[in-house]
Design a protein around this ligand. Structure first.
Ligand code: AMP
Length: 141
């Protein structure tokens, strides 16, 4: 069965479409964090960053820049957040890859209380080594 974004791409359900090209479509999020909050969605279905071809991700970023410039020019946004939730643990609800492009306005109070954690002494070095080991293997693939 088609997911909700495939239905929007196929025009089976309505959406406030703001941009489209051969590889992506962009429309306003139905539950916006700020007015003008847009999603950039690849037309070729993939779930998230883990199964997406690099070219698909590149197309999403290209379009996100276009949409970000558009939000700045049309709404007077002072900035934008690009957010991609990948996996249920990261808050992903729709399992068709998408980039959130969220317009931000000075002192708008969105994302006001970010959570931070602290490393124990030496922990970040150990962790970096663990990650580097996997990445250096991946680089030789
Ligand atoms: P995520 O948590 O990253 O998977 O976000 C999915 C986003 O899709 C949420 O912000 C929803 O509000 C949005 N969304 C779900 N259905 C629709 C729809 N029919 N039209 C526009 N946005 C939608």
């Amino acid at each position: 069965m088609n997911d909700i974004f495939e239905k929007i791409i196929a025009r089976e359900i309505p959406a406030a479409i703001i941009y489209e090209n051969d590889s992506v479509i962009s429309f306003l999020d139905i539950r916006p964090t700020n007015k003008g909050h847009a999603l950039v969605v690849p037309k070729q279905k993939c779930e998230n960053i883990f199964d997406a071809p690099v070219e698909t991700l590149a197309n999403m970023i290209r379009a996100s820049k276009i949409v970000a410039e558009g939000l700045r020019a049309s709404l007077g946004a002072d900035g934008v957040n690009l957010v991609m939730n990948n996996g249920a643990a990261a808050g992903q609800e729709v399992f068709h890859a998408h980039m959130h492009v969220i317009p931000r306005f000075t002192n708008d109070g969105v994302f006001e209380t970010p959570k931070h954690v602290a490393y124990d002494a030496g922990e970040s070095d150990t962790l970096a080594e663990k990650i580097r080991a996997v990445l250096s293997e991946a680089a030789t693939d």
